[in-house]
Design a protein around this ligand. Structure first.
Ligand code: ATP
Length: 447
C-alpha cells in the first residue's frame, strides 16, 4: 500500500526539487518563456499539467456551481473600469512593504525578512536594509491609443471585483433569493516583489472565488456552512485532512471590514503556508461600489419587504497553490528492489489520465483489440494508449504521471477475451472480461 512507502525525500527541499523535476520531465509544468531564460513569477502548463489544472477547476465548478442551485457562475472581463479599483480600495491600499538593499539593489518584502534588534539585513550580502516603502502590486496598463492619465487601467489582482460589479445584473436577470452566491475563476495578476517557490507565489495566476451574499443577521451560520463545504471540497480532490490547517486570523491582522477570517494553511514542502482564505467581508464591497458607481446595489426581500445591502462571505483559493498541494500530497517514493518507484497518487477525479491501455507487444493482433478498448473507454474516462518500451517501463511511467489504472492486453486476451487491470496504489492485478470493463470503471469512478 502507498502508506507503507519508504519516503526517502522527507527533507522538504529535496521533496520540492523532486516535484519540480518530475513536473518538467513528464510535461506538467515548465518555467514561463524558458528558452529566453524565463520570466520571474510565470510558469507554463504542459499537456499533463493543463489536464490536472482543468480537472481541479472543473471539480470546484461542479461542487459549487453545477451541483448547487444557489451559486451562479460569471466570467467577467479582466480589464475593468479603473473606478472599480478605486472603489474596492486596491488603488490606494493593495500594496506590500518593499525594502531595498543599498548595496546589491535587490528588493525584498519587508514582512518576509527577520528583524534582529530592530534592524533588517539583506539575505544576499548581509548589508543593513533601509526603511520599507509601500509598493502597489497591481500591473498598470494603458487602454487605447492615447497615453494620458485617463487611459490607465489595471490587470485585475483578484477575480472578486468582477463579481461585485455584476451583482445587480444577476439580481435583475435571475431574481435569486438570499442567500445566494456568485462564482468566478480565472486569471489574476500581482506584481509580487519576490515571486518564488515554484508555483506558490506567482505574478500571473488563477483564482477560484465565490462571493456569497446573505442577510446581515445570517452571516455566522453562512460562514460555518461555507467553511465546511470548502474543506470537504479540498478533501474530495485528495488533500489529506491532516495536512489542512484552519487558522483563525486575529483582529489586528484582519482587514478592517472583516469580522472573521480563516486562512486554510497547507503542509506544502516549503512549510505550512496559506492555500486559501475564507473572509467575512460584511457589506463593504457593495457599499463602496454603490458610492463610486452611483448605482443602487441594495437588495429587496419580497417576503419581509425589507431593503438592505447584503453581507458577503468570500471563499477564495488559488488554482496554482491547489495544483501544488495536490502534487505535494500525491508524490510518493518506494524502493522496489534496487529501483525507486515514483508515484503520483492522484484521486481518479483529478488524474490527468485515468486509464492507460497497454498492449503487451506492438503486434497488430494485440494493438487492434487494444485500440478498440481505448475507443470504448474514452466514452467514460480519460484514456491513454501506450505501446512503447517494455511493459515494466510503461507501468513506471504511468505511476509517475498518476494514472490510477492500467489495462494490459496480452496474448491470452485473444483466447479468453479478458484483460489484466493493474491498480496503481496496491499494484494488484485482476483479470476482467473486456465486455465488463466499462461497468468495472463506471463503478470505480462512481460515474
Ligand atoms: P499571501 O499572503 O500568500 O500573499 P494573500 O492573503 O494575499 O496571499 P489573497 O488575496 O487572499 O491572498 O488571495 C486568495 C488566494 O489566491 C490565496 O489564498 C492564494 O491561494 C492565491 N494567491 C494569492 N497570491 C498569489 C500569488 N502571488 N501566487 C499564487 N497564488 C496566489
Amino acid at each position: 500500500m502507498l502508506e507503507s512507502f519508504d519516503m526517502n525525500t522527507n527533507d522538504s527541499q529535496s521533496r520540492m526539487e523532486a516535484i519540480v523535476s518530475l513536473c518538467k520531465r513528464r510535461g506538467f509544468i515548465f518555467q514561463g518563456s524558458e528558452i529566453y531564460g524565463g520570466l520571474a513569477g510565470t510558469f507554463d502548463y504542459g499537456p499533463l499539467g493543463v489536464a490536472l489544472k482543468r480537472n481541479i477547476q472543473n471539480s470546484w465548478w461542479d461542487h459549487f456551481v453545477t451541483n448547487r442551485d444557489d451559486i451562479y457562475g460569471v466570467d467577467a472581463a479582466i480589464l475593468m473600469n479603473p473606478k472599480a479599483w478605486e472603489a474596492s480600495g486596491h488603488v490606494s491600499g493593495f500594496s506590500d512593504p518593499l525594502i531595498e538593499c543599498p548595496k546589491c539593489k535587490r528588493r525584498f518584502r519587508a514582512d518576509h525578512i527577520e528583524i534582529i534588534d530592530g534592524v533588517q539585513f539583506c539575505p544576499n550580502d548581509k548589508e543593513k536594509l533601509g526603511t520599507p516603502r509601500q509598493f502597489n502590486m497591481m500591473f498598470k496598463t494603458e487602454i487605447g491609443a492615447t497615453e494620458d492619465p485617463t487611459s490607465i487601467s489595471y490587470l485585475r489582482p483578484e477575480t472578486a471585483g468582477g463579481m461585485f460589479v455584476n451583482f445587480k445584473n444577476v439580481v435583475d436577470s435571475f431574481h435569486p433569493k438570499l442567500p445566494f452566491g456568485l462564482a468566478q475563476m480565472g486569471k489574476a495578476f500581482r506584481n509580487e516583489i519576490a515571486p518564488r517557490d515554484f508555483i506558490f507565489r506567482l505574478r500571473e495566476m488563477e483564482q477560484m472565488e465565490i462571493e456569497y451574499f446573505c442577510h446581515p443577521s445570517k452571516w455566522e451560520e453562512t460562514f460555518e456552512h461555507l467553511r465546511k463545504e470548502f474543506k470537504s471540497w479540498m478533501i474530495s480532490i485528495g488533500l489529506p485532512e491532516k495536512m489542512i490547517h484552519e487558522v483563525e486570523i486575529g483582529e489586528e491582522e484582519r482587514a478592517f471590514y472583516s469580522k472573521r477570517t480563516i486562512d486554510f494553511e497547507f503542509d506544502f514542502p516549503i512549510g505550512q503556508k496559506e492555500l486559501a482564505g475564507l473572509v467575512y467581508r460584511s457589506d463593504y464591497d457593495l457599499k463602496q461600489h454603490t458610492e463610486f458607481s452611483k448605482t443602487d446595489l441594495s437588495y429587496f426581500d419580497e417576503e419581509t419587504k425589507e431593503r438592505f445591502i447584503p453581507h458577503c462571505i468570500e471563499p477564495s483559493i488559488g488554482v496554482e497553490r491547489t495544483v501544488l498541494a495536490t502534487l505535494a500530497s500525491a508524490y510518493k517514493e518506494e524502493k522496489v528492489g534496487d529501483e525507486t518507484r515514483i508515484v503520483l497518487a492522484f484521486v481518479p477525479s483529478i488524474a490527468p489520465i485515468q486509464i492507460a491501455v497497454l498492449p503487451l507487444s506492438k503486434k497488430e493482433e494485440l494493438s487492434t483489440p487494444a485500440q478498440g478498448i481505448v475507443k470504448k473507454l474514452k466514452k467514460i474516462a480519460r484514456v491513454q494508449y501506450d505501446e512503447t518500451q517494455s511493459i515494466g517501463k510503461r507501468y513506471r511511467r504511468q505511476d509517475e504521471i498518476g494514472t490510477p489504472y492500467c489495462v494490459t492486453v496480452d496474448f491470452d486476451t485473444l483466447n479468453d477475451n479478458a484483460v489484466t487491470v493493474r491498480d496503481r496504489d496496491t499494484m494488484e492485478q485482476v483479470r476482467i472480461p473486456v465486455a465488463e470493463l466499462e461497468q468495472y470503471f463506471t463503478d470505480k469512478f462512481n460515474i
